[in-house]
Design a protein around this ligand. Structure first.
Ligand SMILES: [Mg+2]
Length: 287
């Protein structure tokens, strides 16, 4: 059984909403609870406009487009070359981005795309050094989890899609765990040690670009709140890599609570929201 439309659309929109809510406070310090950002804002490091998403969502859209195209031409959604060529189209031509320009790209992604541009022998150009275990593969997992036909395929596609730009074993491992739990729609007891204890002090929840930090911060935000909206707000206000922690928390909360539980203002204030809903539907039709 694949993910249903409500969970799938919730997960994809959750990614984009967390990204767009978090990007204005990317690289900031954690905000005190009485001064939380609770709405879409403009500004920040990348001078985003209200409801504008960044690389996290653009790369997910680039991947989704390739999955849909590959299903049409190859009869199977995953084609690493098609995805990487779409990533290049985003990186160098600004496709899949409301600004029509790539303005936010992680170092590891940038290195992998440059390598692929120079030599297209293999699409799996992600650096394998253990210090390169960033969150750039984890942040864009929604599309492959939607098209997967069963749990083992979800785990396999999570690994393969991550490996395109992130080859470090730790990055692959967190993508696989994420795929398994999101697929099941519940927290699995065997992975309890990969998360923060729930009584952790908020000051001890780091939210940087290291995949482990992003994974832990996103699950912590989900586990310590009781709604989609509060999960996003808790996640982004940790600051630092706020957009990507928001995107990962948004995927979790969107999948768990479903699209129907996302407040209207969060969907309506998001740029390209109609398009994102449409793409989610197309992906669901592939599974
Ligand atoms: Mg970003």
């Amino acid at each position: 059984m694949s993910l249903d439309l409500n969970s799938a659309t919730g997960m994809f929109l959750g990614l984009a909403i967390g990204d767009a809510m978090g990007s204005p406070i990317e690289f900031e310090k954690p905000r005190p609870r009485d001064n939380y950002i609770r709405r879409y804002q403009s500004g920040g490091f990348h001078s985003v406009s209200k409801g504008e998403f960044t690389d996290d969502t653009s790369m997910a859209l680039a991947m989704a487009d390739a999955l849909i195209e590959s299903q049409k031409t190859n009869g199977y959604p995953f084609d690493g070359h098609m995805i990487m060529n779409n990533f290049l189209d985003w990186r160098y031509n600004g496709k899949f981005s409301p600004r029509e320009k790539c303005f936010d790209v992680g170092l590891t992604v940038n290195g992998a795309l440059w390598k692929y541009k120079e030599d297209k022998t293999t699409p799996f150009t992600g650096c394998t050094h253990y210090k390169s275990a960033g969150n750039g593969g984890l942040m864009r997992l929604a599309p492959v989890l939607i098209v997967a036909k069963n749990k083992s395929e979800a785990i396999y596609l999570a690994r393969e899609s991550t490996r395109l730009t992130h080859g470090a074993e730790e990055a692959l491992m967190y993508s696989e765990i994420f795929a398994e739990e999101v697929w099941d729609g519940r927290i699995l007891p065997q992975y309890v040690d990969y998360r923060h204890p729930l009584d952790i002090d908020r000051d001890d929840v780091s939210s940087g670009g290291y995949v482990k930090e992003t994974f832990q911060a996103a699950w912590w935000a989900y586990q310590t709140t009781d709604s989609f909206e509060n999960c996003i707000i808790e996640a982004i206000n940790l600051g630092d890599d706020a957009d990507t922690v928001g995107a990962v928390a948004g995927m979790i909360a969107g999948r768990m609570y479903g699209f129907d539980a996302i407040p209207k203002w969060m969907v309506e204030g998001l740029q390209w929201s109609e398009h994102l809903i449409d793409v989610s539907k197309k992906l669901v039709l592939l599974n």
